[in-house]
Design a protein around this ligand. Structure first.
Ligand code: PXL
Length: 279
């Protein structure tokens, strides 16, 4: 049977993040990707000003109720950027509505990076996001998001093992799910993730390309979702995700494009399929 994911994110009409990344990547892996758009923005919020924001909070539960009524089932729900605290609670309810015992909940608590909350998020947002993370089977916070949720300071790379363990200890108090802490960097030239599955901690690393683009977190977790649904382990999936993301960044950097326009993940899709062992 073809696997089926429900991706719950905003759709930023321009800028290659959230649904405009999750849909093509998950589809390329041969997995069906349905979507619940939580908001429609003209662009993402990083680096653009004057963007439009049409809130779709009121549509979340009617979509979930309809899916339930149709008897639709999903192998995974993958949540990303949510526009408000109210949406966090509605997404919890939506997952309870159409999710089954066999539906994996993969939560990327998208809200911050580089030590700062994204524009428009209230200060209490990380504490509210804990409720959704608590329900998750897998969470994929970056260092900033983890630090905000567990009340630890944000530290720049290179990180100490003690700092990463502190973040992981805090996150395990939040969720019984598996944890993929992204943006872990112990030495120059390498960046990756700490993957905690029960008591088993594994690290994966990929070459660190000296560049930063928007939407790369969404590319990472979309790819991780594919790996998991294709039967790979947590750390195998994270390694595929890290390598694909690094490849997208490298290709984009070589062509000198604009940071806020995102990466050329499209041209790297053949490589994604190889990493996922589809071709
Ligand atoms: O890539 C995460 C993301 C998703 N959606 C919106 C964003 C961002 C990051 O800034 O602004 C609207």
């Amino acid at each position: 049977m073809q696997k089926r994911v429900a991706a719950i994110h905003d759709i930023s009409c321009f800028g290659k993040c959230s649904l405009t990344v999750a849909l093509p990547i998950i589809s390329a892996a041969g997995i069906e990707c349905a979507g619940i758009p939580t908001a429609v923005l003209s662009t993402h919020t990083g680096g653009f000003s004057g963007y439009t924001f049409r809130d779709l909070t009121d549509d979340i539960m009617p979509v979930a109720d309809h899916w339930k009524k149709e008897g639709l089932t999903f192998d995974a729900v993958y949540t990303g950027y949510l526009g408000s605290v109210e949406q966090i609670d509605l997404v919890c309810r939506a997952v309870d509505t159409f999710g089954t015992d066999d539906t994996l909940l993969i939560v990327d608590p998208v809200m911050a990076d580089h030590g700062k909350l994204y524009g428009g998020f209230p200060e209490n947002f990380p504490k509210e996001m804990i409720r959704l993370c608590a329900k998750a089977d897998i969470i994929t916070p970056n260092i900033t998001e983890a630090a905000f949720m567990v009340d630890m300071p944000y530290c720049e790379a290179p990180h100490s093992e003690e700092y990463i363990n502190g973040l992981l200890d805090g996150l395990r108090k939040i969720t019984d799910g598996k944890i993929v802490l992204t943006g872990v960097c112990y030495k120059d030239g390498e960046i990756g993730a700490a993957c905690l599955d029960g008591n088993n901690l594994e690290y994966i690393f990929a070459p660190k390309v000296d560049a930063m683009y928007h939407g790369t977190g969404d590319i990472f977790t979309s790819t991780l979702t594919c790996g998991i649904l294709l039967g790979k382990s947590l750390s195998e999936s994270a390694l595929v995700a890290a390598k694909y993301t690094a490849g997208c960044i490298k290709r984009t950097k070589e062509n000198h494009p604009t940071i806020k326009y995102g990466v050329n993940f499209e041209a790297e899709i053949p490589n994604l399929l190889k990493l996922l062992e589809i071709i």
